[in-house]
Design a protein around this ligand. Structure first.
Ligand code: BGC
Length: 336
């Protein structure tokens, strides 16, 4: 049996064959990821590789390790390998615009994956979650826990457009209370490259400067939350100061169960990864992607977008959201 036939058969699980699979035929698709240092990006990669294998797609993966220049050269390399579509999760939103230009000139379609590439006039698609909603869920939860008090408000990497969207969403809830004088923001900072160690340092500084009088921490994701929780723990404050997160990482789920982190956001990267491969195959086969009227502005133009729904996870719904859905394993979350 040929590899192609085999992959088609594998794609035909259940009653229906996946429509685009019949046309995959080893089509080359490029994937450029910013990092593998965080669990969520490992999951994106694993899902996409599995989906590509199932559909007979030749997926070529590059990881930039948070280096914008390296991402450009890795993508140039993918372009020269003859990929038909490039799935691009930019490390640096604006410097990745040149990648879209180069790909488009070479007749390659681009999907901006999870993070939006900004400032490009070329035609491309955006596939992500509703990232403003992510921030809203964080801000709403945090202001409910602490409607009055001193806040540390951290945002993600300034080079990541998502960080701006998360922050804007959270500030919809925090800013009005700050304007009223109920909330005092004692530190407001971006965290370079989303580094947990950087977040820890910032929280340590804020705790010292305010003699530990901090009542709430807006941490943009689970990695940075982990760093802040170490800073809080060193002052005997872990579990006493409500703190947010995002990504439903295993370590965060454990902290939620143990009570040192209050919430996280579940963005099902399995769905996102699967959708990316499906969209890429459709584009490779010359199909238009149905996005309805959904768009996200990239600073120069509206980019047609597909946005999946994020969900809040607390101790109360963690089992249902993360374990019953198979995203995390019960024995790992509730390890002794
Ligand atoms: C992603 C988050 C992730 C962060 C750091 C963001 O663009 O949407 O899920 O935690 O990058 O990698």
């Amino acid at each position: 049996m040929t590899r192609q036939l085999m992959s088609r058969l594998l794609a035909c699980v259940g009653l229906l064959c996946v429509a685009s699979s019949a046309l995959a035929d080893g089509v080359k698709i490029g994937l450029s990821l910013p990092t593998q240092r965080e669990e969520r990006w490992v999951k994106d990669r694993v899902t996409m590789l599995a989906e590509a294998k199932k559909l007979g797609v030749d997926l070529r993966v590059q990881v930039t390790d948070n280096d914008a220049a390296k991402q450009v050269s890795q993508c140039e390399n993918l372009i020269s390998q003859g990929v038909k579509v490039l799935i691009l999760a930019p490390h640096d939103a604006s410097s990745a615009a040149v990648i879209i230009d180069k790909a488009t000139k070479a007749g390659i379609k681009v999907i901006s994956y999870d993070r939006l590439v900004t400032g490009s006039m070329a035609d491309y698609y955006y596939l992500s979650f509703d990232n403003v909603k992510v921030g809203e869920l964080q801000g709403e939860w945090l202001t409910k826990q602490v409607p009055k008090g001193s806040y540390i408000a951290l945002a993600g990497s300034p080079t990541d457009n998502n960080a701006k969207l998360f922050r804007a969403g959270a500030m919809k809830y925090i800013q009005p209370l700050a304007d009223k004088g109920d909330i005092k923001i004692v530190m407001e900072q971006w965290v370079k490259d989303w580094q947990p160690s950087e977040a820890q340092k910032l929280c340590e500084q804020a705790l010292t400067a305010n003699k530990n009088k901090v009542d709430a921490v807006l941490a943009p994701n689970d990695g940075t939350a982990g760093g802040c929780i170490q800073a809080l723990a060193a002052q005997g404050l872990a579990g006493k100061v409500p703190i947010t997160g995002q990504d439903a990482e295993l370590s965060a789920a454990i902290r939620i169960v143990q009570g040192t982190q209050g919430m996280t956001i579940f963005k099902d990267t399995r769905e996102l990864g699967k959708k990316a491969i499906e969209m890429a195959l459709d584009l490779a086969n010359g199909k238009k992607i149905e996005t309805g009227s959904q768009v996200v502005n990239n600073g120069k133009k509206d980019v047609p977008s597909v946005l999946l729904t994020p969900f809040i996870v607390t101790k109360d719904n963690l089992d249902k959201m993360l374990i019953d859905s198979g995203y995390l394993k019960k024995e790992q979350v509730y390890r002794k």
